[in-house]
Design a protein around this ligand. Structure first.
Ligand code: G3P
Ligand code: CA
Length: 274
């Protein structure tokens, strides 16, 4: 009906650049994230995996074959070995190194404005919970892990630094999200959903106090009413991966809270026009 509903927060939906501005630049490279920032993304998304020597790197697949000049499992290669390959030329673009999670946090800290981060821990992987443990360690070391409010104090008095990146964790693994809840109780979490817990996400509340659900464009097309139902339960809804005009329109009509896209400039423009 063309009506644009408000988001849970009452603000315009957040534009989240999926693997950076990855329609235009090679995914998970510094170039992709810098372009996303230039294009006005509110936040960026990245996938993280552990290397054989337990460094977090931003790589989507279990293997590096698709997105680099190398081959092999991320979990079987050391960071030094991963650095031997190129991660830009597979898209016929300038050379790029493997992006460590640390380098991505540096890049966001150096941005001219606050840019938030949605970090997805990839499962299954051979390290299981060690991925979340390392993520928690890095975020704590950098002061990016918000403390849960247990005092009942006025939240405005302990408001986070307005310029500092706000981080949330995501996963398709409900166990991973439970673990993050235990390790970092103040960190917002997104349960990504396609098949595993679909029924639960469609019909009921989210488990383990997870506040946000992340759904696919396919699920939104089939059941747009779920957004309203989740909002009524107090959950925000984010959608991935929204690149086409019809899907962008559907998100805006449904009152989606976060739009995860490979084309942040296109979505930014559509959101600004609302
Ligand atoms: O942002 C969620 C989305 O990235 C999940 O799917 O396969 O792109 O990691 P995938
Ligand atoms: Ca992802």
């Amino acid at each position: 009906n063309g009506r644009v509903h408000t988001t849970l927060s009452g603000l315009r939906p957040e534009v989240v650049a999926h693997r950076g501005s990855s329609h235009t630049r090679p995914e998970h490279t510094a170039a992709a994230y810098l372009l996303a920032i230039e294009e006005g993304a509110d936040a960026v998304e990245c996938d993280v995996r552990l290397t054989a020597d337990r460094h977090l790197v931003c790589v989507h697949d279990r293997r590096i074959d698709r997105t680099s000049t190398g081959a092999g499992l991320v979990s079987s290669l050391t960071l030094e070995q991963l650095m031997e390959y190129d991660y830009g030329t597979w898209r016929d673009q300038p050379s790029a190194g493997v992006l460590t999670f640390d380098s991505l946090l540096d890049l966001l800290a150096a941005a001219p404005r606050r840019v938030d981060l949605a970090v997805e821990t990839k499962h299954p992987n051979k390290f299981r919970g060690a991925v979340e443990v390392e993520l928690a360690r890095v975020l704590r070391d950098r002061g990016l892990a918000p403390e849960p409010d247990v005092t009942g104090a006025d939240p405005t008095e302990s408001a986070p630094d307005p310029d500092r990146t706000r981080v949330r964790a995501m996963s398709f693994s409900v166990l991973a999200m439970r673990r993050v809840g235990e390790l970092l109780p103040g960190l917002p979490r997104v349960l990504l959903n396609e098949a595993g817990v679909r029924r639960q996400v469609r019909t009921g509340g989210l488990p383990y106090g997870i506040p946000i659900c992340g759904i696919s464009t396919g699920l939104l097309r089939r059941d747009p009413g779920m957004v309203q139902r989740q909002h009524e339960r107090g959950h925000a809804v984010h959608v991935y991966t929204v690149d086409e005009p019809d899907d962008i329109r559907r998100c805006l009509e449904a009152g989606i809270d976060g739009i995860i896209t490979n084309r942040p400039a296109v979505v930014r423009e559509a959101v600004a026009a609302v």
